[in-house]
Design a protein around this ligand. Sequence first.
Ligand SMILES: NC(=O)c1ccc[n+]([C@@H]2O[C@H](COP(=O)([O-])OP(=O)(O)OC[C@H]3O[C@@H](n4cnc5c(N)ncnc54)[C@H](OP(=O)(O)O)[C@@H]3O)[C@@H](O)[C@H]2O)c1
Length: 198
Amino acid sequence: MTNVLILGANGGIARLAIDLFLDQTDAKLTLYLRNASRLRNMNSDRVRVIEGDVLNLEKLEAAMAGQDVVYANLSGDLERYAENIVEAMEATNVKRLIFISSMGIYDEVPGEKYGSILNPYRKSAAVIETSNLDYTILRPAWFTNKDEINYETTQKGEPFKGYEVSRKSVADLVVKLAESSESSETEVRSSLGVNRPE
Ligand SMILES: NC(=O)c1ccc[n+]([C@@H]2O[C@H](COP(=O)([O-])OP(=O)(O)OC[C@H]3O[C@@H](n4cnc5c(N)ncnc54)[C@H](OP(=O)(O)O)[C@@H]3O)[C@@H](O)[C@H]2O)c1
């Protein structure tokens, strides 16, 4: 049984991942979010809710205790968030991090040049990549709401493929990564592009 801490648990991908974790695994979830009243009732004894901001380092460290995996599904000041997450994980000796980023942070999308809008994503990835954590950074394509699980991945250094991916696909990959006990070299200390095959 895996203990998973979900940061930004009311986010779009996070809500889909929570459903998959509860339906398909026996993971225990700690949902960390700024406004707990926004969460619908979950009625599961495998779910614990902590109301908190990722900028609150003390609360974040307390939430890390006993976790096997941290899954960060955040938007906003991602560089500061990543700094706090790395600091809290190192302080509490939690190693495994899954962090949702975006395609384009390495200028890896053929024919596209994404400007400063991606800076928080670039800078947060750099913070994580210089840590000692067992991280997987996910770089999804544009999200769709298609009710399908259909994706492929590319490694850092490879050109990005495709242009879209369903939210449900990204949630599925998060759950698979969180649940895989074997540390695969293609997943750990990796940054994966995620797209719908064309
Ligand atoms: N849209 C696309 O096509 C696309 C493509 C690739 C990547 N992405 C990126 O993928 C990431 C995940 O997407 P998503 O749709 O699941 O995101 P989302 O729905 O925007 O969720 C992000 C969550 O982060 C939480 N958050 C922000 N600052 C926080 C803080 N200081 N402490 C705690 N929680 C905080 C927000 O909480 P509140 O509810 O309290 O605001 C929100 O629930 C985003 O960064 C998104 O930009 C998007």
